[in-house]
Design a binder for this molecule. Sequence first.
Ligand code: GDP
Length: 364
Amino acid sequence: QETLWSAEDSLNELEALAKTAGAEVVGKMLQHLRHPDPATYLGKGKVQELAALEQELGFELVIFDDELSPSQQRNLEKALNARVIDRTTLILDIFAQHARTREGRLQVELAQLEYRLPRLSGRGIELSQQAGGSLGAAGVGGAIGVRGPGETRLEIDRRRIRNRLAELRRELEEVREQRTLHRRQRAALTMPVVAVVGYTNAGKSTLFNALSQADVLVENKLFATLDPTTRRVVLPGNQEVLLTDTVGFIQRLPTRLVAAFRATLEEVVDADVLLEVVDVSHENAIEQSETVNEVLRELEAHEKPRVTALNKIDLLPDPDRVDPSLYPNAVVVSALRGWGLEALREKLAQVVAEQMVPLQVLVP
Ligand code: GDP
């Protein structure tokens, strides 16, 4: 994936992701190498340096920003006496924590298993070759269709994963059909849908809760069928909308995770209006917004009407320096402190109203 971001930016984002996943970060390390070492990814000296740090700090986990090969991962775990994972595994972990809809959960498990399958221990391959030899002695063809006792653990693991993968794909098909039903139900409600989008950590969930809190109590049975990330909100002018939260966007999303990510973004494609949350206190606020735009473009959702919440204004020493004219329909807010929420609700109501086509009643 082409990117103009520096390795430092990427590492800082990895740190934010690790925190999102619940880790306490004790240190960061960057090495400039022309080629990663095929055995350990890092150079020998860096591995020793890290191993010494492990002795000193006793950390349990090392997260690499790049994808590691299975043998690199194993060699590093041995040398560092700590668990070693890569960016993809970390992101999958976060998706797993955040996947709230059935489809999201299935899609994440699918991605996790697809990632694990080719990475099952290489030691098993030797075993598998031995087993092949003994099977050959027992008579070729005898084992076909009745795999069992002669099977190595690796083969059993692989077969289990493949079976589970097939099951997951079937379930996903079913869920998709149900989802279409949900959508029709929603369409029947003729209530405009507003999807909350934004970079990870921008404050989407905080804003989603702040905007929908007042209405939780009046939630009625009709909406009980909607997943927990969708709530009804009454905007000024008595404009009712369905507000739906989405998973956070990240820079450098590994390609193999795109499907899992998109499954959680179907609301965006269906939405009438997007509410983009930008963390204006972040030094890369503009780049993050660019990433969001790129994804929206891929989803063909970038031309939907949009309201921008310029969030975390409370963290800026000089809030007047924020230029709302850089973003469409921007309102300056602090979701945490509840600042600017009325103005945001007004702006949303206005943009949603512009979207609503007045019903033409033809009288013969
Ligand atoms: P999400 O990943 O976009 O859903 O972001 P969250 O809503 O989980 O917020 C990420 C972090 O930013 C949390 O620690 C929030 O408490 C914090 N946060 C959210 N909104 C604000 C805000 O307006 N001001 C400040 N200071 N912190 C905020």
